[in-house]
Design a protein around this ligand. Structure first.
Ligand code: NAP
Length: 271
């Protein structure tokens, strides 16, 4: 492998960790973002500005790459069209780069719009004619914390009754993706889940406690097919609890202040 590895979404929560890990491994990395490179960014990666939704900049982003780690997400249906455009650009450059995709546990049976888009994107990759690898994981710790942090101005913290999650440390997911990117195309690889299955209510309480906030967590029972599938545990992979970092490890590492100070991430996330 001589060309750069392209990381789409290299500015995102997962993508940043993937880029860091690949650089640590001595790889040449190019990231794709819709933004232009900040003037003060002197990190040792190449920066490609482009948009998977419109296709702008994609030909230049994929040029000369032999591996693409696709972490970009538009947060919805745009992921299907965006993945299609990325595949077209990758095929158009004349080579056959290995396409590594990050997906989500349970998307076959949970009829959530975003998950349907992820499943459709997987299908495009399977049929792309490119060598490919797909890793499905559970929710990142960051996402769970963000859901609680986002409610900091409400008098209580809302949760979903009966929902259990198995959050995973994003750096471990990045390590796994970097390993997959360095290896042979492997198709669908075994799922990756965090070390513990816990209720969302319990995770919200842990988040508040780490921030030193004393407030009530109110579990809501909401109807619907999506939540029925989630409550059934389709979002979990207890037999693949291979992640090591716990939610408390994550909270300790980020410091207690995020929920209290309002310093949480601002982007809308779906995972
Ligand atoms: N979060 C979770 O719990 C979780 C769990 C399992 C799997 N996943 C998957 O992991 C991936 C990354 O998730 P994340 O939480 O790290 O996402 P994130 O932090 O929201 O980052 C999204 C990234 O996508 C880029 N992006 C958005 N729209 C784009 C567009 N039109 N063209 C090019 N780039 C675009 C953004 O870059 P710019 O803003 O710089 O353009 C950003 O780097 C997603 O595929 C998600 O489905 C997430």
């Amino acid at each position: 492998m001589n060309g750069p590895i392209l990381v789409t979404g290299g500015t995102g929560t997962l993508g940043r960790a993937v880029v860091r890990r690949l650089l640590d491994d001595g790889r040449t990395v190019r990231l794709l973002s819709r933004r232009t490179r900040p003037a003060d960014d002197t990190a040792p990666y190449e920066w490609a500005t482009g948009d998977i939704r419109t296709g702008a900049g994609l030909d230049r982003a994929v040029a000369g790459t032999d591996t693409i780690v696709h972490c970009a997400t538009t947060g919805g249906r745009g992921d299907v069209e965006g993945t299609r455009r990325l595949i077209e650009a990758a095929r158009g450059q004349g080579g056959t780069p290995h396409l590594v995709y990050i997906s989500i546990v349970g998307i076959d049976t949970i009829p959530f719009r975003y998950y349907r888009a992820k499943l459709a994107a997987e299908r495009l990759i399977e049929a792309s004619g490119l060598p490919w690898t797909v890793l499905r994981t559970t929710q990142f710790h960051d996402l769970i914390a963000m859901v609680t942090d986002a409610q900091r101005r409400l008098p209580v913290t809302l949760s979903l009754s009966g929902v259990r999650l198995q959050p995973v440390e994003v750096r471990e997911v990045a390590d796994r993706l970097a390993g997959l990117a360095a290896g042979e195309p492997a198709g669908h690889v075994p799922d990756m889940g965090g070390p513990e299955v816990r209720t969302l209510t319990d995770l919200a309480r842990a988040c508040l406690a780490a921030a030193g906030r004393r407030r009530r967590v109110v579990p809501l029972w909401l109807p619907g097919r999506t939540l029925r599938a989630v409550r059934r545990g389709d979002i979990l992979t207890p037999e693949r609890a291979v992640g090591r970092g716990t939610f408390e490890d994550f909270l300790a590492a980020r410091g207690g202040g995020a929920a209290a100070s309002g310093a949480g991430p601002s982007q809308r996330k779906q995972g």
